[in-house]
Ligand binder design. Structure first.
Ligand SMILES: C[S@@+](CC[C@H](N)C(=O)[O-])C[C@H]1O[C@@H](n2cnc3c(N)ncnc32)[C@H](O)[C@@H]1O
Length: 191
């Protein structure tokens, strides 16, 4: 089972001109994005190979850009925000590390390419995740500090994404990824 996460980053910078020392400011919340990269792939025993993370960057100066990181192809682990953001900056500079792909693609197109039956929209008011039978190769869509805007939600509804909740409390996007990884790891071990 490969789990895919799609992060809609409404302010994530679309040029490699952000400062690694000011990820939250000049990077348009690249700190949040970097934490999601770590949450998706870093484990104490090495790179998580069964995860893919697509980050839709919608910030200035040149949106949209989708950066996809595929754990099956990664050969280095990003354990700090500096390393993860550095890899994103290299990717945006035309020097993507192995396992990282950059495309000129926006949220709507990306979502429409996904198989309907695999799409889950992480939302506080969705169905409790424990009650939902998660299918093979699921795709989880999540928002950034602003959540997902109305237009994005419409795209997800039209694409047939099922809303699933991790509980009534709102968690950080990176923490949601950790929770999902843990949930799915338990399903796999229990199979
Ligand atoms: C920091 S939260 C966004 C908070 C934002 N203020 C809002 O109202 O949407 C980032 C994303 O994590 C996901 N998320 C956070 N808590 C969740 C929960 N309890 N269940 C499901 N998804 C959650 C959602 O996809 C959300 O867009």
């Amino acid at each position: 089972m490969v789990r895919t996460f799609i992060l809609k980053s409404s302010e994530g910078r679309t040029a490699p001109d952000f400062s690694i020392k000011s990820l939250a400011g000049s990077g348009g919340r690249m700190d949040l994005v970097a934490r999601c990269v770590i949450a998706a792939f870093a484990t104490p025993r090495g790179i998580r190979k069964d995860a893919v993370l697509s980050i839709v960057l919608e910030g200035p100066p040149n949106p949209p850009i989708t950066v996809t990181i595929d754990g099956r192809e990664l050969n280095r682990m990003f354990i700090s925000e500096v390393e993860a953001a550095g890899a994103l900056r290299d990717a945006l500079s035309g020097r993507p590390p192995k396992g990282v792909r950059v495309e000129r693609k926006g949220f709507e197109r990306l979502i429409r390419e996904m198989p309907r039956e695999s799409l889950y929209y992480l939302h506080e008011n969705g169905e409790e995740i424990g009650r939902v039978k998660i299918g093979k190769d699921p795709i989880f869509v999540l928002g950034d500090q602003k959540g997902i805007d109305e237009r994005g939600e419409r795209v997800l509804d039209e694409a047939g994404a099922r809303r699933v909740s991790l509980g009534p409390i709102s968690y950080l996007a990176s923490h949601c990824i950790v929770i999902i990884n843990n949930e799915l790891d338990q399903i796999i071990v229990g199979e």
